[in-house]
Design a protein around this ligand. Structure first.
Ligand SMILES: Nc1ncnc2c1ncn2[C@@H]1O[C@H](COP(=O)(O)OP(=O)(O)OP(=O)(O)O)[C@@H](O)[C@H]1O
Ligand SMILES: [Mg+2]
Length: 245
């Protein structure tokens, strides 16, 4: 594996049992420190692909090489309801074998990074959806892996909270040099975040087109350049969805 790649996927296909292939013939590389967005209609195989990249499932055909074991962040925050925000983050550190005192300090630091420094002792039910997602980001970062896979992490949030989390995520990405693979069916979100946007077809899921995004930061989701490119990509996505009735 080339040292500059975080992920390399070769001729990857996946089917469940005797069903038709869900994804077929995927070939791609993600450079270390790159932020890519995978965009595709519901059911096209995005989560299937992320699960394989995270080694939670295995390919039917093809190979995946990773420079580091990725962290997968799901659509719902999936925090332990009986633990506080801080303890949820600490849990990831405990699994790494970090001692009690250091764990607490590090968890506090990570919560501050996502602007939740004062929420350490709050339980998930006392937090809003956006706050829970931020705890979930802090918990993902606690694992200190260099590759973060995000499966529609902000889909359930309102536009303003999402906008705020986009900014925060980009800030963290820039500061930490993480490699991010971000899955979404929201075209504007993909254009807002990615350095590269890859569009997937459905049945079977293949990569049909990709765009390098050269927009300057800070990028706003409602900026005219974002909207123009998003509408071009939406046309492709719409055709793709039409093709499948
Ligand atoms: N464990 C499984 N067993 C059988 N079929 C599965 C399994 N997991 C996924 N599938 C099928 O694979 C296809 C792709 O599902 P997947 O969850 O990857 O789509 P997705 O692109 O993530 O969709 P969404 O945007 O709605 O989350 C679907 O038809 C689904 O029914
Ligand atoms: Mg999915």
């Amino acid at each position: 594996m080339s040292i500059s790649y975080a992920l390399e996927v070769e001729n990857l296909s996946k089917r469940f049992g005797e069903e038709p292939f869900v994804i077929e013939g995927l070939d791609f590389q993600v450079k270390k420190g790159e932020f890519i967005c995978l965009l595709g209609a519901s059911g096209c195989g995005k989560s299937t692909l992320l699960n394989i990249l995270a080694d939670l499932d295995s390919p039917s055909v093809g190979t995946v090489r990773v420079a580091d074991r990725p962290t997968l962040m799901f659509q719902d925050a999936s925090l332990m309801p009986w633990l506080t925000a801080g303890q949820n983050v600490e849990l990831a550190l405990r699994i790494k074998g970090i001692g009690k005192e250091q764990r607490r300090n590090r968890a506090q630091e990570l919560l501050e990074l996502v602007h939740l420094g004062s929420a350490f002792d709050k339980r998930p039910h006392e937090l809003s959806g956006g706050m829970r997602q931020r705890v979930s980001i802090a918990r993902a970062l606690a694992q200190e892996k260099s590759i973060l896979l995000m499966d529609e992490p902000f889909a359930a949030l309102d536009a303003i909270t999402r906008d705020f989390l986009h900014e925060e995520l980009i800030g963290i990405w820039k500061r930490t040099g993480l490699t991010v693979v971000f899955v979404t069916h929201n075209v504007r979100e993909a254009v807002r975040l990615g350095q590269r946007v890859i569009l997937m077809s459905s049945k079977p899921g293949r990569f049909i087109k990709e765009w390098d995004i050269n927009l300057t930061e800070p990028r706003r989701i409602d900026a005219p350049e974002v909207a123009t490119l998003a509408s071009e990509i939406t046309d492709h996505l719409r055709n793709e969805i039409k093709r499948h009735g």
